[in-house]
Ligand binder design. Structure first.
Ligand code: AMP
Ligand code: TRP
Length: 333
């Protein structure tokens, strides 16, 4: 069945292995299926929900675009653009924010995590961030949204908002209710330094993540220094309970080598972590380093990247512009 795919990545720097295995690797697979229509968005309006440096933001928009292409997304097959170029996203977000009850937003755990203890100081944008995400998805009638596990709740909200809009305005099926595409086992890659913390762009320690721009030596060094425990590797998944660092490294190995966790446990069960680490470092360098190299090449070609974004925005505008017009008509404008 032909799918309409939409997903977004924030241009906030330090794209890492979690972004790759949780999201971008799936984007590439979906892009390679001729039946799918894919749209991948650099969500710069989302990025400014926390303070950004103007020049860094500009660079990060290009770097995220370069990462998409370097990872294997073909811009002649998929639409790649940055959100702020298509006005409908912000306009749709306003309309939907007038439909969505506060109670729904109050449940969003990511806001609570990101805002931290001092919620009064968090931006209003950070609070309504999931509504902008709903607008992104619903403007393109996306049927499927590939994301990491951390975005599951935002997708459920998107589905609820779509259904409420259709019901409130008696326009059944006008906003399409999208399905999340979340990989079952490896959709949450954890920090290399703490198996209970998500691998994240904003972690103070660079050793906690493999950046998609790391060199071979950096990758090898980070895997060598990754936290483990003092037991050997088990043979069964059940025995990974309460061993988050072991589970994470075995999960990363499985995901990057496209095999089940069971198979990885067969391969390494009873062995020491040093053996797993050696092989993991090798496979990661072989897969990530070429991407890193390509990102560095592409990032120097600003004209090419800007052209991709500008052509992508023209195509996106045609779809989203039409949808927002219909939406406004339905409301009574
Ligand atoms: P962000 O960088 O927050 O815009 O995230 C871009 C995509 O990467 C989203 O689909 C996230 O769910 C996914 N992602 C981010 N961090 C991780 C992680 N540690 N493990 C798996 N997926 C992740
Ligand atoms: N909120 C997502 C994240 O932080 C990024 C995002 C914005 C997104 N708009 C989207 C993802 C639409 C999927 C679809 O990871």
């Amino acid at each position: 069945m032909s799918k309409k795919i939409f997903s977004g990545v924030q241009p906030t720097g330090n794209l890492h292995l979690g972004n790759y295995l949780g999201a971008i690797k799936n984007f590439v697979e979906l892009n390679n299926d001729e039946d799918n229509k894919c749209i991948f968005c650099v969500v710069d309006l989302h990025a400014i929900t926390v303070k950004q440096d103007k020049d860094e933001l500009k660079n990060n928009i290009r770097e995220t675009t370069a990462t998409f292409i370097a990872s294997g997304i073909d811009p002649s097959k998929s639409i790649i653009f940055n959100q702020s170029k298509v006005y409908a996203h912000a306009e749709g977000s306003w309309i939907l924010s007038c439909m969505a009850p506060m109670g729904w937003l109050n449940r969003m755990t990511q806001f609570k995590e990101k805002a931290g203890k001092d919620k009064e100081k968090a931006s209003v944008g950070l609070y309504i961030y999931p509504i902008l995400m709903a607008s992104d998805i619903l403007l393109y009638d996306a049927t499927h949204v590939p994301v990491g596990e951390d975005q599951k709740q935002h997708l459920e909200l998107t589905r609820d908002i779509a259904q409420k809009f259709n019901k409130d305005f008696k326009c059944e099926n006008f906003l399409k209710v999208p399905e999340p595409l979340i990989k079952k086992n490896f959709s949450r890659i954890m920090s290399l330094k703490d198996g209970l913390k998500k691998m994240s762009k904003s972690d103070q320690s660079d050793l906690s993540r493999i950046n998609l721009t790391d060199t071979k030596d950096e990758i090898v060094n980070k895997i060598k220094k990754a936290k483990t425990d003092s037991y050997s590797i088990p043979n069964e998944e059940e025995k990974l309970k309460d061993r988050p660092e072991a589970e994470n490294l075995l999960g990363i190995y499985s995901s990057i080598s496209d095999q089940t966790l069971d198979k990885t446990l067969d391969q390494f069960g009873g062995k020491n972590f040093s053996e797993l680490k050696n092989q993991l470092a090798e496979i990661l360098s072989n897969k990530i380093y070429p991407i890193s190299n390509e990102i560095k090449k592409l990032i120097n070609d600003k004209q090419y990247l800007d052209k991709i974004l500008s052509e992508g925005a023209d195509k996106a505008e045609q779809i989203a512009g039409k949808k927002i017009k219909e939406m406004k008509k339905i409301i009574g404008f």
